[in-house]
Design a protein around this ligand. Structure first.
Ligand SMILES: [Zn+2]
Length: 361
């Protein structure tokens, strides 16, 4: 039996009902809310390893590093966006040639900070020590797509142009082949959410994806659809101007290193309406890291606000995510159980589907 895992980027639980086909699967499915991870990264790593962020160690895309691979860019400390774009694409080409995973645009970064900042991840998740290695051991075959690469267990293929339709067509083609496990990450819904917010355009996109899913579906597939985070309309922006240490601004998270007066910065962030992570938050969200590579001090926006300017966005987005407690949606066809699940539990679900390992607890 084939198992298909669709990571539907930014899919909210309440959006299941806007998709006629997916909705029709509800009566034979387990569905509801996934307990969200804090921040932007770590979803795939958690799903495929069954470990919390603090155990597998991958959290934000950018981290502090003593020997950053991006160091060479810090020499070109220019203001011009055009010049920065040139270097940013040069870096992406370099990474593509080396078949590296993370292809982030860097031109909104402060290049001088790249002396200390680096990508936290360098390889495809399916190449790391996780479920995929267990599949290989049991001679199970997989097909994996996570932008911009597809991987069939042997060969990695570059994908430069992306559309949900293209990826789903590629999935359909590969479903005719003899794989046991299929993973695709669909990005379109997230993109529409950022550009238009959670209104009409988003509903249109949900309907489109609904049809794409219907088009590949067969009754005897194990189908899992999971959102990685939510999406909320942006109602205000926050200008984080703090001149102390090293600062990195994700879209809704401000992170700091080498601070001289931590308390002062903390007060400033709170004054801006941000929540500064405390010891009990690190515990609650299971992000007690071994070191401070993701930040000595971390402040998070409240829902509906966005940091701008920040290190990623060219313009103010209409929709944003990266808040506390977003609890995205999930649906597991051919399964029953509670309407709440944790990201790390998908590992057990997949093991049961693919390796017939019964979930015992
Ligand atoms: Zn997004």
């Amino acid at each position: 039996m084939k198992t298909i895992f669709i990571l539907l980027d930014s899919w909210r639980e309440d959006e299941i009902d806007k998709m006629d086909f997916v909705k029709s699967l509800k009566s034979k499915s387990r569905y509801g809310q996934v307990e969200s991870l804090l921040g932007y990264g770590g979803h795939l790593e958690t799903i495929f390893s069954g470990k919390e962020i603090e155990e597998h160690g991958f959290w934000f895309n950018i981290m502090k590093s003593e020997n950053s691979k991006l160091k060479w860019l810090s020499k070109f400390n220019v203001k011009s966006k055009l010049v920065k774009k040139f270097f940013s694409y040069l870096n992406i080409s370099k990474m593509l040639l080396r078949r590296e995973d993370y292809l982030l645009r860097l031109y909104n970064f402060n290049f001088k900070d790249l002396k200390y900042l680096d990508f936290s991840k360098k390889r495809l998740t399916c190449l790391e020590d996780n479920l995929f290695r267990e599949l290989e051991k049991e001679k199970k075959r997989f097909w994996y797509f996570n932008y911009p690469f597809s991987y069939d267990g042997k060969k990695k293929i570059n994908w430069v142009k992306y559309s949900d339709k293209k990826v789903m067509e590629l999935l359909k083609k590969n479903l005719e082949r003899n794989y046991d496990f299929y993973f695709v990450h669909l990005l379109g819904l997230d993109k529409v959410g950022h550009s238009y917010g959670v209104g009409e355009e988003r509903v249109k996109k949900l309907k489109e994806i609904d049809l794409l899913i219907k088009n590949i579906f067969k009754e005897d597939y194990n189908l899992i659809i999971v959102g990685d985070h939510g999406m909320y309309d942006v109602k205000e922006t926050i200008d984080v101007k703090i001149d102390d240490g090293l600062m990195f601004l994700d879209s809704t998270v401000a992170r700091f290193w080498f601070l001289k007066s931590k308390e002062k910065v903390k007060k400033k962030l709170e004054k801006l309406g941000m929540k500064v992570l405390e010891k009990e938050d690190y515990e609650k969200y299971k992000v007690r890291m071994k070191d401070d590579r993701y930040g000595e001090l971390i402040g998070i926006c409240r829902k509906g606000s966005m940091i701008f300017p920040n290190s990623y966005n060219d313009d103010i987005s209409k929709g944003m995510h990266g808040y506390l407690d977003e609890n995205p949606g999930f649906l597991i066809y051919n399964s029953e159980g509670e309407d709440k699940i944790k990201f790390k539990d998908f590992y057990l679900v997949l093991k049961e589907f693919l390796l017939n390992r019964k979930i015992s607890n």
